[in-house]
Design a protein around this ligand. Structure first.
Ligand code: 5GP
Ligand code: ZN
Length: 136
């Protein structure tokens, strides 16, 4: 269930201090130590799984409900103008802590937070869609 070498497992167990904004039997949500914006939080399942591929369905099914609850509270508390709910899997995708987590990032007009991508021109979306579909 937990991994002794995982920083998020240690936070969940209370071995490393954190600022919790929410906790229930399955999840704990803490403020990020290096926030992208004021109020940036990370939602952690109380189960060690490296990423979305290995997180059991019982957690996955509940993640967005908890994230929305946090986003609602952020909107009420922080007077933010928007909220990003996102999640990284793998180093190439920007993941640095290998315990599944969902970022909940309040956004403020003109905050300049570096989240997003530079759109590119798609190369054969039709063929690509066909190929991906085959593996569904
Ligand atoms: P990732 O890059 O893996 O998607 O996100 C990991 C997040 O965890 C980062 O935003 C990072 O700032 C945050 N983080 C890493 N270590 C700690 C910690 O010890 N405490 C808290 N509260 N956040 C952490
Ligand atoms: Zn862990």
């Amino acid at each position: 269930m937990y991994d002794d070498n995982c920083i998020f497992c240690k936070i969940i167990k209370g071995e490393i201090p954190s600022n919790k904004i929410y906790e229930d039997d399955d999840f704990c949500v803490i403020l990020d130590i290096a926030p992208a914006t004021k109020g940036h939080a990370v939602l952690l399942p109380k189960h060690h799984a490296a990423d979305v591929y290995s997180l059991p369905d019982e957690y996955l099914e509940k993640v967005l409900k908890v994230a929305r609850k946090c986003a609602d509270a952020m909107v009420k508390t922080l007077d933010c103008d928007g909220v990003n709910i996102l999640q990284n899997n793998g180093e190439a995708a920007g993941q640095t802590v290998f315990h599944y987590h969902t970022h909940i990032i309040p956004r403020y007009k003109g905050d300049g937070a570096n989240i997003g991508w530079k759109p590119m021109t798609p190369d054969d979306n039709e063929g690509l869609a066909k190929k991906i579909k085959e593996n569904m």
